[in-house]
Write a protein that binds this ligand. Structure first.
Ligand code: ATP
Ligand code: TYR
Length: 465
């Protein structure tokens, strides 16, 4: 997983080449950690104004999430981590659930219109992503704030749903009053619109209007909570600029958009629902073990930036972790720390424990570690394994079992390979093909046996006793 290389732009100049002293509330410093890709507007005057606001008093900041799936994923987690960084710096975070905007469909980065989802599905999805957000904020406070004996209270997270204000909105008022502030030319020039107009499938009028809805959300939050900052992935810049424009038209107020770099796969695709490569925050959709494994596979090149983006360790702590890692890269200290912190943030202590136990079961090769796992965990960890239900007939031998699965081409092949040491039952090599399967020896307490033939062909046998 990589995060897009940051472009150099004026914000950098303003932030780092003048020698003003800023307090901790200046979250634009997060650019140094790689958590900010761009600021809008980003003229030197605007950047100074943003910093003065941030340093002057706690500000309200929001980020929106459309409930287009049952769960958020680790791409969205980066946005949540950004909101948390703002909260740690003393600001007021708002997470907006797009109950209404999900019915419109954001065209940003999409090659075709979203399918219209039934309202009850959107409501279920909204509950799911609300739980994700609450869980991550609560875990952060418990494991990464209070545990560091921070005396100050964090400003509370506020969760709002934009269906609340659109429910009572009159369509004629909306188009007549809000829609009038937008020029067709500007709307048509947005990248999200252009790409779609150039494509064969085109774009519906509904999705074309999306930017007006997101713009109005910000205006609403500005009016109600004095919310002057919006955070989004870098694909959100067009919508954010629309909101900036609308607030300027109606309120003449200075507001700022902050974009976060997109988390991408090693092939350069945005990690997310649409690309179908998501690692989900809901443990029923991606287990804590899968999340842990995902982050332990981070390359040496990416691990430092991901530690800076997804964890709350200080720069000095990250430097120390990376230094230790560079001394003995084979220990993968940095990857383990990253995986541990993210799993704890998303799944809490119990989730991290199950991920570590599952990792041990997979790599330590001991029966004890396998026995501690539930049947579900075993199936999940060895998810590429063939699962087979087999009736435990009295006297069934290792050879019978291997033929019933089947894990060898023929009886002769099975005998030869077992005798040569090519069969493992619950991580133990078995070379006697006539050995009789005995529950207390070969079957785990969860009524499963894990079989491996060759280097990496795994089979899970669910015994019918
Ligand atoms: N891979 C990613 N990296 C960083 N931010 C992301 C990533 N994926 C989504 N986001 C951000 O999360 C916020 C909410 O995104 P949302 O859930 O509405 O759609 P999405 O996850 O982008 O959908 P899809 O994966 O279908 O493109 C937006 O600010 C979006 O830019
Ligand atoms: N448009 C954002 C979600 C969002 C919805 C409403 C908002 O006001 C802000 C953001 C996305 O699809 O990623």
């Amino acid at each position: 997983m990589i995060i897009r290389k940051l472009s150099r732009f004026r914000l950098e100049t303003v932030l780092f080449q003048n020698h003003r002293k800023y307090s901790n509330r200046n979250v634009l410093k997060l650019r140094e950690r790689g958590l900010i890709e761009d600021l809008f507007p980003n003229t030197p005057v605007a950047v100074h104004e943003a910093i003065d606001l941030l340093v002057g008093k706690p500000q309200t900041v929001y980020a929106g999430f459309d409930p287009t799936a049952e769960s958020l994923h680790i791409g969205n987690l980066l946005i949540i981590c950004s909101l948390i960084h703002w909260q740690r710096a003393g600001h007021f975070p708002i997470a907006l659930l797009g109950g209404a905007t999900a019915q419109i469909g954001d065209p940003s980065g999409k090659t075709k219109d979203r399918d219209e989802a039934a309202l009850y599905i959107l409501e279920e999805n909204t509950d799911g992503i609300k739980r994700n957000i609450q869980t991550v904020f609560a875990n952060h406070e418990k494991y990464f704030w209070e545990k560091k004996a921070k005396a100050e209270r964090l400003q509370p997270l506020q969760i709002v749903n934009n269906s609340k204000w659109y429910e009572s909105m009159n369509v004629v008022d909306f188009i007549g009053h809000v829609g009038r502030q937008f020029r067709m030319g500007t709307m048509l020039r947005r990248e999200s619109v252009q790409t779609r107009l150039d494509s064969e499938v085109g774009m519906s009028f509904t999705e074309f209007t999306y930017q007006i809805f997101q713009a109005y959300d910000w205006l609403h939050l500005y009016r109600k909570y004095n919310c002057r900052f919006q955070i989004g992935g870098s694909d959100q810049m067009g919508n954010i600029v629309s909101g900036h424009h609308l607030i300027d038209r109606f309120e003449k107020a200075s507001v700022f958009g902050v974009t976060v770099p997109l988390v991408k796969t090693t092939h350069g695709d945005k990690l997310g629902k649409t690309a179908g490569n998501a690692v989900w925050l809901n443990p029923k959709m991606s287990s804590p073990f899968e999340m842990y494994q995902h982050f332990t596979r981070t390359t040496d090149n990416d691990v430092e930036i991901l530690l800076k983006c997804f964890t709350f360790n200080s720069d000095a702590e990250i430097d120390a972790i990376v230094r230790e890692h560079k001394n003995t890269p084979s220990k993968r200290t940095a990857q383990k720390k990253l995986a541990e912190d993210v799993t704890l943030l998303v799944h809490g202590e119990a989730g991290l424990k199950s991920a570590l136990e599952a990792t041990e079961a997979l790599y330590s090769g001991t029966i004890e570690s396998l026995s501690r796992l539930s049947a579900d965990d075993v199936t999940r960890i060895f998810k590429d394994a063939t699962v087979k239900e087999i009736f435990l007939k009295p006297g069934i031998t290792v050879l019978d079992l291997s033929l019933e699965i089947p894990c060898f081409k023929s009886q002769g092949d099975a005998i030869r390979k077992i005798e040569a040491g090519g069969l493992y039952l619950n991580h133990q090599r078995i070379t006697n093909f006539n050995e009789i399967i005995t529950p207390s020896i070969h079957i785990l307490p969860n009524k499963l046996s894990l079989i491996r033939s060759g280097k990496k062909n795994y089979y899970i046998v669910k015994w019918i006793l």
